[in-house]
Design a protein around this ligand. Structure first.
Ligand code: F0G
Length: 449
């Protein structure tokens, strides 16, 4: 079948290349020019619902696994493989929580703040949205072994899906750079866990070479099929808002897979006439891992119709190498200085009229404690979105009457160390340390009164 006439195909994002490949290939970077690949659809060959609310019909057939999945019930929008290959473990049963208490605390109109809690996924993070799609592709191409580099959540999710699909699994993590909750998952799910003496960026480089050398199936967000699954986080947000579009989506930025996927989701919905307006997106880095913020706000890097100024990126990374720079933040999930999806993210910023900010660790920890106080809680990287919201409210960029959805990417129990230290060491204004007390009834009562 000619690629252009297939329902779905892969296409290089470089406007001077635009090479196309069959979805049956597992390549992850354009073999011609080395750029990132997109999954593209010939929409006229797909029975896309006339209106988004038509998807809601699937809620009534939740006994069928693909209708139950919060990813595959939007399957017309991620139509790259036959149902027989689709792998689902009930991912995407997540909640958009309208959080009046936190909104008021932040000085917003109470009904304006929404928290999309992706910690409710089977492995406890948003990654499962992507893995269900990527592992379906892995099955479609007959992969036997899988691999990823990770700051923790990707490894947990890959290990879980690999175990469910019967694939072998190798995960690369930076030694000492991963939260214990996540490491414990990779080991429990049976992954071959390799701790590299380096950071995430070192692992990311190694895993690509290992995958090429040994023919392993790569599950990092370089994998365009993974990003297709992550688009559904946006569908679920607008679904829960009655198919209305918020004014803002705020998301933490690490390897920039989510932000890239979200931009693609809205560009496609707009192209299909399923939405009238695209929300603005704010991407929040940790100050200790702020490559995107620096490149966009200071170096003025833009998508520029796909002709991204590569010289700026090369010079930036050469400087990081020369300084032996390694990123550092307590939000270990986003401790990344060479984000692989940088260019797709620049495109998403253009689609969404987006902005980028960085917040420091103290602000991240305070925001995390507030989310815990008013919501389901979240891990540190996730709280960057709320810390970013605070900053943007203070700057006057986001108005207190605007409707904002913050994506809480990972479960609160992923990284208990950061939480316990924050409270015990009285690090911030919401610290709530435990109190020591003798084993004595009168003294206990005295303390509580
Ligand atoms: N939040 C959490 C909890 C994450 O685990 C990650 C990324 C991000 C945000 C950033 O998302 O990469 O799409 O910009 N974690 C990856 C991992 C890198 O290996 O688990 P992104």
């Amino acid at each position: 079948m000619s690629k252009l006439t297939a329902v779905a195909y892969q296409e290089c994002i470089n406007p001077n290349c635009r090479a196309q490949f069959d979805c049956a290939q597992s390549i992850f970077k354009c073999p011609k020019c080395g750029e990132l690949l997109d999954i593209k659809y010939n929409w006229d060959k797909i029975a896309v619902p006339k209106k988004l609310s038509d998807f809601a019909a699937r809620w009534s057939s939740r006994n069928k696994p693909l209708d139950y999945s919060g990813v595959w019930r939007f399957r017309e929008m991620i139509n790259f493989c036959d149902d027989k290959y689709k792998v689902t473990i009930g991912e995407g049963q997540t909640v958009l929580q309208q959080n009046c208490g936190l909104a008021e605390q932040l000085g917003m109109k109470p009904d304006c703040l929404f928290l999309q809690y992706e910690g409710l996924n089977p492995s406890g993070s948003f990654k499962d949205n992507g893995m269900t799609a990527a592992f379906s592709h892995a099955k479609m191409v007959g992969a036997k072994s899988s691999a990823c580099a990770s700051t923790g959540n990707t490894s947990a999710s890959v290990a879980l899906y690999a175990a469910m699909c019967g694939l072998k699994c190798v995960v690369f993590i930076g030694s000492g750079r991963i939260a214990f909750g996540k490491l414990s998952q990779a080991m429990d799910y049976g992954a071959h866990t390799i701790q590299i003496q380096g950071d995430f960026d070192d692992c990311m480089k190694q895993v690509q070479d290992v995958c090429t050398e040994l023919g392993l199936y790569l599950l990092n967000s370089l994998n365009p099929f993974r990003l297709e699954g992550q688009k559904t986080i946006m569908y679920r947000i607008i679904e829960q808002m009655g198919w209305e579009i918020p004014d803002w989506i705020i998301v933490p930025g690490g390897n920039l897979g989510n932000s890239s996927a979200f931009g693609k989701a809205f560009a496609e919905l707009k192209e299909l006439g399923l939405i009238k307006k695209v929300p603005r997106m704010a991407i929040i880095n940790a100050a200790g891992a702020n490559t995107l913020t620096d490149m966009v706000n200071n170096k003025k890097l833009t998508w520029n119709g796909g002709n991204v100024n590569q010289a700026v990126i090369d010079a930036y990374y050469a400087d990081l190498t020369a300084r032996k720079y390694s990123p550092h933040t307590c939000a270990s999930a986003i401790e990344i200085s060479r984000p692989v999806n940088l260019k797709k993210c620049l495109r998403a910023l253009e689609v969404t009229n987006g902005i980028v900010r960085a917040v420091d660790d103290a602000k991240i920890c305070d925001a995390k404690a507030l989310v815990g106080k008013y919501g389901f809680g979240c891990e540190p990287a996730s709280a960057a979105s709320v810390a970013g919201l605070e900053l943007l409210l203070a700057e006057g960029v986001i108005g207190k009457n605007e409707r904002v959805a913050c994506v809480l990417t990972g479960h609160t129990l992923k990284d208990p160390n950061v939480t316990v230290n924050y409270h015990k060491e009285k690090q911030g204004k919401w610290s709530n340390p435990p109190v020591e007390c003798p084993n004595d009834l009168a003294k206990i009562i005295e303390l509580i009164k």
